[in-house]
Design a protein around this ligand. Structure first.
Ligand SMILES: Cc1cc2nc3c(=O)[nH]c(=O)nc-3n(C[C@H](O)[C@H](O)[C@H](O)COP(=O)(O)OP(=O)(O)OC[C@H]3O[C@@H](n4cnc5c(N)ncnc54)[C@H](O)[C@@H]3O)c2cc1C
Length: 524
């Protein structure tokens, strides 16, 4: 990637700042149209919100209740396209809404039928009302006290960081140049005051350089306003950041293959308990915060709220001791100025995306959600290309297959590749590594399915640069079981040392940095 940048003295057509779902989506779209694209990410791809979501490709049942039919239909279409283009990572999942009051079955049954119908040809499974017995067949560990029945509907589930890494590979295959660990520190302007490039710092070496571009796209999520302020110190803030957390437990808390969806918790939010990679993922909260940070930390009241709410629905009420990992993420919600500090409930702010062009010509794309990244990118590139006077080219991502695409069912994939199925067609390549060195099939920890070959693969082919990259986003060890991830870290550092030529001091520094980050995921 560095060689490509050095051999590129002319201005890039489109330069994207931010390597989350939004930025990488823009890079794919722009490169697939044939534009010359550079994407820069200050940390690792997905270090921001895009690895910290609930991992649902969904239309958002809740927005239906708010009457936002257009938003739901758009997201349902994107959900369908995601399943079509990345069937190795996205799967459908049954969600059960348990009913405890007589009116809930017809109410939710009807709403969820509408949800199914709005998906049209992009539909997943058929929604229907369940008897009490059927509800318990789906959810054997649901509390039975007062249970009348339920309603089932279907949405998509995926591994967010894994999809993102495969999207980075897709963008690269379409011709984009993408770098992690390169921070955009400033914006450069021409004589008329229009943004014409960026100044950047290589985080690994401290080297600084400039890159010119016909248009710069700001896809920095919760950090959107920081970059806008660099272009225009008087810019009015757009983002009202809101934190959401998840707790992860072992699979005994939610047996079966279905998820629980609680439409109205005591704070008026939706709560999910979802089977994910052999564990149970429970979330989320919606807490307005003043400023965004790259490594947000779960607040005590958020943890207590999720434990208490999960305990109302699950036969085995989870306690702090049961938490294997806790992670927080920040929603880049587009809100009224000062909404976060003014006490506006962020759960009510729009999940719709916004393309905003500042007077300086900086194009900002923000809001939306993971599920709608492709549509956000299409809108953004349409506008960025017009602004930069690039030759008009149609969007080509509707049917663009995501790297790793192979069309097998979840069950077939698991049978063929076990835990490597999430790599799609790359699973074959990882298997080949093992045939050259059988030791690479060794597991890294008894509690998790990850093997040594995955570390080599991540460092060689997926731009993993740190122990954290491997344990948090190339594998999901840190998100599934933080203590196990800490125990795996020395072995990972050893493998990376030989792969990337680290000396002992670098190795020690890497491990210390990982321990520091991982301490946020362990509940004491
Ligand atoms: C708790 C929670 C649950 C969610 N669940 C779902 C869900 O189930 N389904 C769904 O569809 N959506 C979900 N979302 C929403 C979804 O995760 C986000 O909309 C999406 O990930 C935002 O992606 P992004 O690329 O805009 O931001 P980010 O992923 O945060 O990416 C922005 C990137 O910009 C980088 N950056 C910032 N400044 C600079 C700079 N100066 N130079 C270089 N790089 C920079 C950051 O390091 C970061 O990696 C959820 C969100 C939260 C918080």
């Amino acid at each position: 990637m560095w060689r490509r940048i050095k051999a590129h003295p002319q201005a890039w057509d489109i330069l994207v700042v931010g390597g989350g779902a939004t930025g990488v989506g823009v890079a794919i779209d722009a490169a697939a149209r044939g534009y010359d694209v550079l994407l820069l990410e200050q940390s690792d791809f997905g270090k921001g919100t895009s690895s910290r979501s609930t991992k649902l490709a969904h239309g958002g049942v809740r927005y239906l209740e708010q009457g936002n039919i257009g938003l739901v239909m758009e997201a349902l279409k994107e959900r369908g396209l995601l399943l079509q283009n990345a069937p190795h990572i996205v799967h459908d999942l049954a969600f059960v809404v348990p009913n405890y009051d007589w009116w809930e079955a017809p109410f939710y049954g009807l709403g969820l039928k509408l949800y199914q119908l709005l998906a049209g040809k992009y539909g997943f499974g058929v929604s229907r009302i369940l008897s009490k017995e059927e509800t318990l067949e789906h959810l054997p560990t649901l509390k039975t006290e007062g249970l009348r029945g339920g309603a089932v509907y279907y949405d998509g589930q995926f591994d967010d960081a894994r999809l993102l890494i495969h999207m980075v590979a897709t963008a690269f295959e379409q011709g984009a140049t993408l770098l992690n660990y390169v921070e955009v520190t400033g914006l450069t302007k021409d004589a008329q005051g229009f943004v014409n490039g960026v100044s950047v710092r290589d985080v690994e070496t401290g080297n600084e350089f400039r890159a010119n571009a016909k248009v710069v796209v700001n896809a920095t999520g919760a950090f959107t306003d920081l970059l806008r302020l660099k272009a225009e110190p008087s810019a009015t803030p757009m983002i009202a950041p809101s934190q959401g957390i998840h707790l992860v437990f072992d699979s005994s808390f939610l047996q079966g293959d279905s998820a629980v969806m609680v439409p109205h918790t005591s704070d008026g939010r939706v709560l999910f308990a979802i089977p994910w990679h052999g564990h149970t993922l429970v979330g989320t909260t919606d807490t307005p915060i003043a400023t965004a940070t790259l490594e947000p930390v779960a607040m005590e009241q958020e943890i207590d709220f999720i434990l208490a709410t999960a305990g109302q629905y699950l036969t085995k009420a989870p306690t702090r001791d049961d938490v294997l990992s806790v992670f927080a993420g920040i929603r880049p919600l587009v809100g009224a100025t000062g909404a976060a500090s003014g006490g506006v409930k962020t759960a009510a702010l729009s999940r719709d995306h916004v393309i905003h062009i500042d007077r300086s010509g900086l194009v900002t794309v923000c809001g939306g959600k993971w599920t709608t990244y492709r549509h956000m990118a299409e809108d953004c590139v349409d506008q960025a290309a017009t602004l930069a006077q690039l030759p008009e080219k149609p969007c080509g991502t509707h049917h663009l297959r995501i790297h790793g695409f192979h069309e097998v069912t979840k069950e077939e994939g698991a049978k063929q590749f076990g835990a490597l199925a999430v790599y799609g067609s790359d699973a074959n390549e990882i298997r080949k590594l093992i045939t050259t060195d059988a030791g690479l099939s060794e597991p890294l920890h008894a509690a998790l399915p990850y093997i040594k070959a995955e570390v080599l693969w991540a460092a060689r082919h997926e731009m993993a640069r740190t122990v954290e990259d491997v344990l948090a986003r190339r594998t999901r060890a840190l998100f599934l079981n933080a203590r196990a991830a800490l125990e795996m870290a020395p072995a990972v550092a050893d493998l990376m040392s030989s792969e990337l030529g680290w000396n002992e001091a670098t190795c020690t520094k890497q491990l210390a940095a990982f321990r520091d980050v991982a301490s946020n995921y362990v509940l004491r």
